[in-house]
Design a protein around this ligand. Sequence first.
Ligand code: ADP
Length: 220
Amino acid sequence: MRKSFAIIGLGRFGGSVCRELIKSDQEVLAIDSCEDRVNEYMNVATHAVVANAQDEATLRSLGLRNFDHVIVAIGEDIQASILVTLMAKEMGVPRITAKAQNEYHARVLDKVGADTVVHPERDMGIRLGHKLTSNNMLDFIELSEDYSLAEVIVTNKKFYNRTIEEINFRQHFNLTIVAIRRGKNELIVSPPANQMILENDILLVVGHNDNVDYLDDKMN
Ligand code: ADP
């Protein structure tokens, strides 16, 4: 379904979100106070305007409240990011996603009404940290402080050519296999208990971080 998005701040983060939304055929209004940035997005976004988002009258005249989703992607200027999030909330925008620079900023954005607070640098750091310190984990996404979704490659003979049931996977690791990636093109979603696991299969698992780390260790 086509939705309308307004992105405030066209730095690396806001800019990437804008390009991705346009690729998915969504309607995007791109806003930045810097004219050069706006010019860059003139032919990318559905509309692009130069405006200072801290000015409430400007936000009203842009009809911000009519958008399905507002993304506050202002970088360094934490005060502006908080104020804009607050104003978008007060205008009744149904969904607000805001980018945080640090933990304090994240807490304030949450308090003033952001539905989702993203912390790209921190999240990417955590993902990369996990990838770098493990041999078999290909990717790692935090779902909450304790739970995550991870991709682990099967490199232990004990797993080869045995079914999920035979390995007693769930009882043993207390993780759920949501999908198995096999080779380049095959994706087995929600595999049944009698699903055979092969060498170099990639298991997409959800569960507690401790259990994900345990599984990763067992692959060595
Ligand atoms: P990133 O880390 O995503 O690259 P930047 O700090 O480079 O973030 O980008 C943030 C963008 O937000 C800049 O292009 C800046 O001009 C814009 N911006 C900052 N304050 C405002 C504001 N009050 N109104 C509109 N745009 C703003």
